[in-house]
Design a protein around this ligand. Structure first.
Ligand SMILES: NC(=O)c1ccc[n+]([C@@H]2O[C@H](COP(=O)([O-])OP(=O)(O)OC[C@H]3O[C@@H](n4cnc5c(N)ncnc54)[C@H](O)[C@@H]3O)[C@@H](O)[C@H]2O)c1
Length: 341
């Protein structure tokens, strides 16, 4: 098939395992994972062997030179995103990069500008908005069932031990807001529209981590709607909702409330209906991660479709700059306003 896309994956660490499965699943749709790369040779080789990928590399530059890629998927940590994205652009290879897009807004702007100037497809693997329950909520809003959304609470609160799989998180000076807040703020944009202003309070409730582990934000959207957007890795409530984002949205004709287990209660014109939006547990997935895992497949699928159609991804570099700007604004706003007596 002439329109097959040769995909290369950079980074074969913790989360990339989901990308490896997703790209394998997308082979029937014309995406061929032809090469993987990790500076850790054992990881690159293990990924290539497990997923029957024909080539593995420890140097991304060599992979770009030798493989004639049609798409590169960058699943390394944020500190490497800028150099790897610039490398992809130099080679004129369309690129997807994991969140957080960069370490700060200056890096993000630089990548957005570079991709625009070169006319190279660049998108962020911002997968939360592709999670099945969140897609369902967006669809319900679009139908007008709750009228015009005017208030929301969007939260990701968990005590799940994220530090075992991702030990580096405990050392990040900018932690939960850039790691997790970036997802929930993106969801807030999708459901409630662009943000006119925001304020935030950050807390470090776990003394063993370097950065903030809890963020509570108050947003005013351009439409006039208000939302409370929260995230924490330090919640001790049971049942734990990991890895679900729970949402409450009120409009002038109804409301949407999501519950643990991807149950969505929709009230429209005084009648309440419950939808089950739990995604299938893919053969390679496991509970409770399955909600996130299926969204990785959907995100990669969306990227392939957008690339083929010659249009930007929904989570294009430019779109994600808007989400990233909210993260920066929340860091900036934290603790700024004091009561005057
Ligand atoms: N979207 C989500 O739901 C989600 C969930 C978890 C992690 N993530 C993101 O995924 C990214 C990776 O996180 P992780 O926990 O898998 O990290 P990780 O450290 O486990 O994996 C990163 C891998 O990249 C490799 N690497 C680093 N620099 C490289 C380079 N220049 N060339 C090739 N390989 C290189 C490392 O050796 C490592 O194997 C982060 O940006 C993280 O925020 C996203």
């Amino acid at each position: 098939m002439a329109d097959r896309i040769a995909v290369g994956l950079i980074g074969c660490g913790f989360f990339a395992q989901n990308h490896l499965h997703a790209w394998t699943d997308l082979a029937p749709e014309g995406a061929d994972l032809v090469a993987v790369c990790d500076i850790d040779a054992a990881r690159a080789q293990a990924a290539a062997e497990k997923f029957a990928v024909p080539h593995w590399y420890t140097d991304a530059e060599t992979m770009f030179r030798e493989r004639g890629l049609g798409l590169v998927d960058i699943a390394t940590q944020m500190r490497t995103h800028l150099p790897l994205v610039e490398m992809a652009i130099r080679h004129r290879v369309p690129a997807i990069v994991q969140k957080p897009f960069g370490r700060n807004i200056a890096e993000v702007r630089r990548m957005v500008d570079a991709s625009k100037e070169a006319g190279v497809f660049l998108a962020v693997h911002e997968n939360f908005r592709f999670q099945r329950p969140l897609l369902k909520i967006a669809e319900i809003i679009r139908t007008g069932a709750i009228g015009m959304p005017s208030w929301a609470r969007i939260g990701f609160r968990t005590g799940y031990d994220v530090y075992t799989g991702q030990p580096y998180l405990a050392k990040e000076e900018r932690f939960v807001l850039i790691d997790l807040g970036v997802h929930v703020l993106d969801v807030a944009r999708v459901f409630m529209g662009e943000v006119a202003h925001l304020t935030a309070e950050l807390q470090k409730r776990n003394p063993r981590v370097a950065g903030e582990d809890t963020a509570t934000m108050l947003l005013r959207h351009a439409s006039g709607a208000v939302s409370v957007v929260e995230c924490t890795y330090e919640s001790r409530r049971l049942p734990d909702s990991f890895p679900e984002t729970l949402v409450e949205i009120e409009g002038d004709e109804g409301a949407i409330v999501s519950r643990i287990g991807s149950k969505i209660e929709v009230t429209s014109n005084g009648r309440m209906q419950v939808f089950d939006a739990d995604p299938p547990v893919l053969p390679w997935a496991e509970r409770p991660w399955h909600v996130a895992q299926e969204s990785v497949l959907e995100t990669c699928r969306h990227m392939v479709e957008a690339l083929r159609a010659g249009r930007p991804a929904a989570t294009s570099a430019e779109d994600n700059l808007r989400t990233f700007a909210l993260v920066e604004a929340a860091y900036e706003a934290s603790g700024k306003v004091r009561p005057e007596v």
